[in-house]
Design a protein around this ligand. Structure first.
Ligand SMILES: [Cu+2]
Length: 441
């Protein structure tokens, strides 16, 4: 009997009906995911190129799919077996057909390769010679991001600094441009000035996980400042303080991305590509943003317990607003030298200046600034400047943190050192926006 008379009788017809139903449901379910189901709209020139490439590849794929499916359906219907059909002639090997079906895909692959290569070059090669660039140093760590910016300090090295991280002495042409504890950048390497002796600086190298590089005499020096801002955002189903990186619209931004601990990934959906933050090396991402706005972003590499909370936001400002922001931020973050520890005491028999100097060094040596900010202003952790916690409460927080903060045992930070850090925190100015904690004033 003819197959099409009672199609549901056929096992194959029933099977294909069932599978189309399942496939259809799957397809519909992708729509439920909302924004995740479609591509984000591109907000950088690089992202526009990437999207174009995506559409080309998708178009080629879709055309091949349609042609192949149409041919299969046509052949299946037109040449389906009819009652009384004999076995058709069997063909073995056809040189022409083989050349065609090898040649066409090869040509398609070569074309897609060539277009991809051009786009890749475009996206990764940075701006033309002499074009203005804003460099942002991005540091990922469990589980936060921080963003540093540099301003030329007008000084340069007059001696070389070798690749060896033990090499910590550096001669400069203008020592007056530095204060002890200035944070500087040579090439892409971060350092902190520990001591100034005539023209010689003693530095702590490779902070923020930056790779140690070689610096020839004549290397220009930038003064670095922490440009991370905090914004209260409705994400993860609640209000979350999220670190913000500020960039200009229309000027190429160079993100130098690194990590202090494990591998993270810097990902802004509207840029349409992501770059790993790898400890011990710097990966660069070029972006020329096309439209002002806040772009919600996140770590895109599973990096531990709080990975899902490792959010950040790109704040793209029109050039003039960015310049004003940069100006204000860089001058506000000139770090005043700490009390000099000259032996004066305020009546309690201790030299508070001295304690504050040590406290500040300990604060940075233990990486507290990563979560609490260079000036204890607060970031992923609460504002610590002028904390109303007693020393005992602070010690308790260090040994057994209430929540996210990693514990610091007594052999890492002794009770006496906690007291020094506490003394320094009391000397700090209160920031304009307080990140709340239990001991914030
Ligand atoms: Cu991460």
């Amino acid at each position: 009997m003819h197959l099409w008379a009672r199609p549901w009788r056929s096992r194959w017809v029933r099977l294909s009906l069932l599978s189309s139903l399942v496939l259809g449901l799957l397809l519909v379910s992708t729509g439920v995911a909302g924004a995740q189901a479609t591509l984000p709209s591109p907000k950088s020139t690089q992202a526009e190129d990437i999207l174009e490439l995506y559409y080309i590849v998708f178009g080629v794929g879709a055309a091949i799919f349609v042609i192949v499916e149409a041919m299969i359906i046509f052949v299946a219907l037109r040449y389906r077996r009819k009652d009384g059909d004999e076995l058709p002639p069997q063909i073995h090997g056809n040189t022409m057909a083989e050349i065609v079906w090898t040649g066409i895909p090869t040509i398609i692959v070569v074309i897609i390769f060539a277009i991809s290569y051009v786009v890749l070059e475009d996206v990764t090669s940075g701006p033309a010679e002499g074009e203005n660039v804003v460099t942002v140093d991005v540091t990922g760590r469990q589980w936060a991001w921080s963003f540093a910016y540099g301003t030329p300090i007008g000084a340069q090295t007059t001696s070389a600094l070798s690749h060896n991280p033990e090499d910590e002495s550096l001669q400069v042409d203008d020592p007056d441009a530095f204060t002890s504890f200035s944070r500087i950048r040579l090439g892409a390497e971060h350092m902190r000035v520990l001591e100034i002796d005539g023209n010689r600086l003693t530095v702590a190298r490779a902070i923020d996980g930056t790779v140690t590089q070689t610096h020839a005499p004549g290397t220009p020096i930038d003064s670095l400042f922490n440009g991370t801002e905090i914004r209260q955002e409705e994400r993860l189903g609640g209000a979350t303080p999220t670190p913000v990186v500020t960039v200009p619209v229309g000027t190429t931004v160079r993100f130098d991305i690194s990590s202090e601990d494990v591998i993270h990934a810097f990902y802004t959906p509207q840029f349409l590509y992501k770059i790993d933050a790898t400890p011990g090396r710097i990966n660069t991402m070029w972006v020329k943003v096309t439209e002002a706005g806040f772009y919600e972003s996140q770590c895109a590499e599973f990096c531990g317990r709080e990975h899902a909370r490792m959010l950040f936001t790109v704040n793209a400002l029109p050039q003039a607003e960015f310049d004003a922001w940069f100006e204000a931020k860089s001058s506000a973050s000139v770090v005043e030298p700490p009390p000099d520890g000259d032996g004066t005491d305020d009546g309690d028999g201790t030299d508070d200046g001295d304690a504050a100097v040590r406290g500040r060094q300990l604060f940075f040596a233990n990486g507290c600034q990563a979560c609490h900010g260079d000036q204890g202003e607060g970031f992923i952790g609460p504002t610590l400047a002028q904390t109303s916690f007693t020393i005992d409460q602070v010690i308790q927080q260090y040994r057994t943190p209430r929540n996210l903060m990693p514990p610091f045992s007594a052999d890492r930070v002794s009770d006496a050192e906690v007291a020094d850090i506490h003394a320094w925190l009391q000397t700090l100015p209160l920031p304009a926006t307080i990140v709340p904690g239990e001991g914030t004033p």
